[in-house]
Ligand binder design. Sequence first.
Ligand code: DOR
Ligand code: ZN
Length: 365
Amino acid sequence: MDLTLPKWYDLHTHFRQGANVGLYVADHLAMGCAGALAMPNTKPPVSRISGADTKTARSIEAYREELFEAGASAFDQLIIPLYLTRETTPAMIVAGAESGLLRACKYYPPHGTTNSEHGVPMDEWIGGEVFTAMEDHGIVLCIHGEQHGLIGSAYFDAHQTAESIFYAQTLPRILEAHPRLRIVCEHITTAAAASFVTGAPDRVGATITPQHLLYTVGHLIQGLKYHLYCLPIVKFESDRAALREAVMTPGQSKFFAGTDSAPHTTKATECGCAAGCYTGGCAPQLYAMAFEEAGADLGSDAGRESFTRFLCSNGPAFYGFEGSKETFMMKRETSHTKPHLTEDGPVVPLPYGMGLTLEWSIAAS
Ligand code: DOR
Ligand code: ZN
C-alpha cells in the first residue's frame, strides 16, 4: 500500500545545538517534514528574542541562524518558542511579537525534565503581565504539563501522576485567569489530559508523540528499554487508549503531531537516564503504526482523513499557517532505523531501542 500525503509538520521537536544539529535536521527533512517547532531547552537556553549569544542566554534570532545554517532553511516553517525564565519580561513579548520572531513561549516545570532548570513555577506566571502580553499579541503558550517538585509517590502512582495532577489543579486556573490565551498542551500522555483538552475551548490544542500512542509503561519496564524513557513517562493501557481515541475521532481539530524527538548522545548515565526518545527519520512510520494498532485502515478514506488531520493539517491550523502543498510518500514496507554514531556518542532512534522494525517506510520526500 502507498500513502501519498501532504508534507507534515512536527510541532514539537529538539534539534539541540552544535556539531550534530545538521544530522537531526536532515533526518526531519528526509521524513517528509515541511516545518518544525524547535524547542528552546538548548545550552544555554533560548531565553531572549534577538542579539548575540551570551554565556547564559541565546536568542531566537541567533538560534534560528544556527538552525538555518545546519539545513533548516529548507523548512517552510520554523517556530522557535521563547523559554520562559526569570529574565522574561512583558516588554520582550511585545517586542518579539512586533518583530515577527516570537510566535510561542515554552513553560518548563523547574527541574522537571532535560535542561529545565531555568523554568519558573507556573504559579508565578498565572495572572501576570507576561501571560497577559502573550494574550494581547496572540503568542501561543506551549506547556510541559507536569506538576513540579512532587515527592516520588505523588509523581508517579497508580491513580495519579505529575501530569494528571497538573491537569486537575493547574491548567483550569490558567484558562480562567487568561481567557484569550492560546495554549498547546505538549506531549500529553494521560486519559486525564486528553479529556481535559477535548472539553476545553478551541483555543486549547495538544501534541501527542509516537511513543505515547504506541507504548505503555510495561514496554519500558519489561527489559528496562531505556531508549523509551522520556518525560512525561509512557503511561498505562487506559491512557494509551484515550490518546488513540482522541486522534481517531472523526473531524477532530485539537490533537496534532509533535514528536518530542529528543536526541541524547549519552542516554544512560552513572546516576540515572537522560529523558528523551529520538524519532528523527521514523516518526510518520511510527505514527502510522500507532494509527493501525488503534484500528485505522489507512487505505480507506476515513483512515487517511484522520491520519492526515493529525499529521499534516491540525497543527498548521492551530498555529495559523497553511498546510503544505507538497507531498511525500509512504509505503507499507518493512524498514529499519539505525543509530547515529556521533563523536559524542550514539543517538539511538525508536523503535531500534525497542528491538523492533518499522512496518512502514518513506518512499519519497
Ligand atoms: O523526554 C523528554 N526529553 N522530555 C522533555 O520534556 C525534554 C526532552 C529533551 O529535551 O530531551
Ligand atoms: Zn520536548
